[in-house]
Write a protein that binds this ligand. Structure first.
Ligand code: ADP
Ligand code: ZN
Length: 760
């Protein structure tokens, strides 16, 4: 990544020459790839009409005048002050791809997240829009203006018919369309063109339009008091016409979505648009339908769209033909012309942060966009991120509580099962404890459905030799291989390296190598053995890798065909199935001790969210949480549905260590195939950062370099540097400074992650 990042913030001045300082039309351009910086070019006479910020241009760069493509970010008449600029070669787009507001937003992202502006712009504009996917150049025909009354012309019958057909069309037609309509060959059309009676022009046309099936519309629900209070707060903000961020802390099933939809109705009634961001995994047909049953012009931007479909939606949104945009992270860039409201549901979800450059968090981008467009931003969650909670408690956000479920449904009864207690408790060798097994029987007898969460894929989670202690690991990643029984392989979950599942120790050759730990595949086998006549389905990335399989599985569960749904965190989020009367969490503390300061928060979120999947119908619901640490505060708070208790436990720890939300953080990850060289460069970077901080931000704490929690990945050794500061801007400035003029060794790469979520 960062050989490219090495001269990240250098600005390479374009070879200027001297000239008298006349006023000239100048375009500022950032490059999609290549050197960082803003380059100024002269706009030649021929391009004066076409140039506009937000369009792409072709320009000469460097000594060899290499041809590059960039984005025009500004056009101005300027004194160029004693230098002659090179002229632009071409303007590539017929329309701007980005509005001035979105250009400013992309610039802010590049400055805040320390990445190249051009790279951000490329992330903002979908690939299909850039490549004009789903469109083609076509020759469009229309009747020439000099043609008067057609019947007065002396034309053969065929040609007269063709000309009449074309005159009767509301819009220009291609030759093929005209031939079809007039039921003729292209011969009479060509004849008319030769005579100058038909004129032609070249234009981009779309190959298709998306017709979505009409959905029967549904009325608004009658809100309960909590919902009404929440809606009132939203409406007040909407009507004030200013920016405000409202954090809705509403327990699972409190009816937040209904509140969102009624607030959106108000915004739509003004002719404005709303963007609703949800985690990708929640973009199920169920969610889509919910919005489409309520609103007429909904665009759902999910990851299975083709480039041309996405480009089509983008164009519809930009033209103002869409009222409600529902999508994952990148939908925050939807080019709505008159945005009135942004809603970010499940705001605590880590998937709102992009894992590659630009490493933006959609919540922060949404906040920035809402501030500049002076519109409300609504954040919703049953388990808000501590960042948002903290801002609400400081009065930066307005907090709205929805502490009860709709229709007076009680929150489910949650109990822990202490897995430390004597081994009998577990039954013979399984992952399902006696209590959980009994509860499963009761639930099935009552014709209820069951969800079991185990956040580990595969069959056995590690393979170890009892003789020499060797754990079978990935040679590229320094991580234990997971046994997958289906293909009898041992697989690396990071790089897909695989070997046949061994019977003997690959290290010492001893026979009787042992397989330990339970993944979802083993759990599935256990469930099938215990309940051979009950339909059960496993949902994880291994079983759900075909497009549509996720939806199909959920349909089967909704219809009652499947009784037991088991899987990874995929099943923990957002599902609303009234007949689920039991949730079992197989191993609630797997993530509790990961070397990540958010480990407790993640565990609390996961357990609370999965518990929220039950008790949504008349039959009520129960949750059993198996744990080795029943007294841990994160587990205890989840068991009691007590977010505030969790926050009050966790926040002082964060404060004490200077972690977010009390300080800002920047993480640098350095990787390379040679351990010493990589460590050496990491040390160099850390020293540079410390020096930069000494002048810019004396209170910043720089730690490291240290081997990352995953010390080797895909053949690369990994080190990281972690810096925390009360003055985030200063820290980011220091981090920006270290890359100036820095030489990175050939095969070492490094990245800067601002506000990191991934600490491994
Ligand atoms: P949340 O998003 O807070 O988890 P949802 O908005 O999904 O909750 O609502 C949970 C269920 O309650 C949904 O099936 C929804 O249709 C229903 N619901 C929401 N509000 C009401 C209401 N006022 N009256 C009746 N049912 C409601
Ligand atoms: Zn690997």
């Amino acid at each position: 990544m960062s050989n490219e990042q090495q001269n990240l913030f250098d600005i390479e001045p374009e070879a200027w020459e001297f000239d008298d300082a006349a006023e000239q039309r100048v375009a500022d351009v950032v490059l999609a790839t290549g050197p960082e910086g803003v380059f100024s070019y002269l706009v030649p006479e021929s391009l004066l009409d076409a140039i506009e910020p937000g369009r792409r241009v072709e320009a000469p760069l460097g000594k060899g005048n290499r041809k590059v493509v960039g984005y025009c970010v500004d056009v101005a008449t300027r004194k160029v002050g004693g230098r002659t600029l090179k002229p632009l070669r071409a303007v590539l787009d017929a329309r701007r791809l980005l509005s001035p507001a979105m250009l400013r937003l992309s610039r802010w992202i590049s400055e805040y997240y320390l990445c190249r502006w051009g790279q951000v712009i490329e992330a903002v504009i979908p690939a299909g829009v850039r490549s004009q996917a789903g469109t083609r150049e076509a020759t469009l025909l229309s009747v020439s203006p000099q043609v008067g009354a057609i019947h007065r012309l002396d034309l053969p019958e065929k040609q007269a018919h063709v000309l009449k057909t074309l005159a009767g069309s509301r819009k220009p037609l291609t030759a093929a369309q005209l031939a079809r309509l007039a039921q003729c060959t292209t011969a009479p059309i060509n004849a008319l063109r030769k005579k100058g009676l038909i004129q032609s022009q070249r234009e981009r046309v779309r190959n298709f339009t998306l017709e979505e099936a009409r959905t029967a519309k549904e009325d608004q629900l009658q809100l309960n008091d909590d919902q009404q209070a929440a809606l009132d707060a939203l409406l007040a903000a909407i009507r004030r016409g200013e920016h405000e961020t409202i954090l809705i802390h509403g327990v699972t099933g409190s009816g937040k979505t209904e509140v969102y939809m009624q607030a959106i109705s108000e915004v739509v009634s003004y002719g404005r648009q709303a963007i609703v961001l949800v985690p990708e995994i929640s973009l199920t047909p169920q969610t889509r339908e919910r919005f489409r049953r309520r609103f007429d012009r909904v665009a759902v931007l999910h990851s299975h769209l083709t480039d041309s479909e996405r480009a089509w939606h983008w164009e519809q949104i930009a033209q103002g033909n869409v009222s409600v945009v529902v999508g994952a992270r990148s939908a925050i860039f939807a080019p709505t012309p008159n945005l009135g409201l942004i809603i970010l549901d499940e705001e605590h979800e880590a998937s709102f942060k992009q894992g590659e450059a630009p490493r933006y968090h959609a919540r922060e981008v949404a906040l920035r966009r809402a501030e500049t467009e002076e519109i409300p931003l609504v954040l919703g969650s049953a388990t808000p991120s501590l960042e948002s909670w903290h801002r609400a408690s400081e009065g930066v956000y307005r907090l709205v509580e929805m502490p009860r479920r709709v229709m007076n449904l009680p929150l489910p009864d949650v109990a822990t099962v202490d897995m430390r207690a004597d081994i009998d408790n577990r039954g013979p060798r399984g992952a399902i404890s006696r209590q959980l097994l009994a509860a499963m029987k009761v639930a099935l007898d009552d014709d209820g459905q069951i969800i079991l969460l185990l956040n580990r894929r595969g069959f056995s989670t590690h393979i170890q030799c009892p003789q020499c202690g060797e754990v079978v690991s990935c040679p590229h990643c320094d991580i234990a291989l997971t046994h997958h029984r289906h293909q009898e392989i041992a697989l690396c979950h990071y790089c897909e390296y695989q070997i046949l599942a061994p019977n003997t120790c690959p290290e010492c050759g001893a026979s009787g190598i042992r397989y330990y730990g339970s993944g979802t595949q083993k759990l599935e086998a256990e469930v099938r053995a215990r309940f051979p006549h009950v339909a059960c389905l496993r949902m994880d990335t291994d079983s759900m890798n075909r497009p549509g399989s996720h939806e199909k599985a959920l349909d089967a569960f909704r219809s009652g065909e499947i009784k037991i749904l088991l899987g990874t965190q995929m099943i923990a989020k957002g599902l609303d199935f009234p007949n689920v009367t039991l949730v079992g969490v197989i191993n609630s503390d797997t993530a509790l001790h990961l070397p990540d300061f958010r480990a407790s928060e993640r565990t609390f979120h996961l357990v609370t969210q999965v518990a929220g999947r039950t008790g949504r119908g008349a039959k009520g619901g129960r949750v059993l949480v198996q744990t080795l640490e029943p007294d841990h505060d994160a587990i205890q708070a989840a068991v009691r549905h007590d977010y505030v208790r969790f926050a009050n436990y966790e926040l002082p720890i964060r404060r004490e260590h200077g972690y977010p939300p009390f300080a800002d953080m920047v993480r640098i990850v350095i990787r390379g195939p040679k351990q010493n060289e990589t460590r050496g460069f990491a040390e160099h970077l850390a020293a540079l950062l410390k020096t930069a901080c000494a002048t810019l931000d004396a209170n910043a704490k720089v730690r490291g370099p240290a081997p990352a929690a995953i010390p080797k990945l895909r053949g690369n050794y990994r080190f990281h540097i972690q810096a925390q500061s009360l003055r985030g801007e200063r820290l980011r400035e220091a981090a920006r400074e270290i890359s100036v003029g820095l030489k990175t060794p050939e095969d070492v790469q490094w990245i800067v992650d601002v506000d990191p979520l991934d600490m491994l």
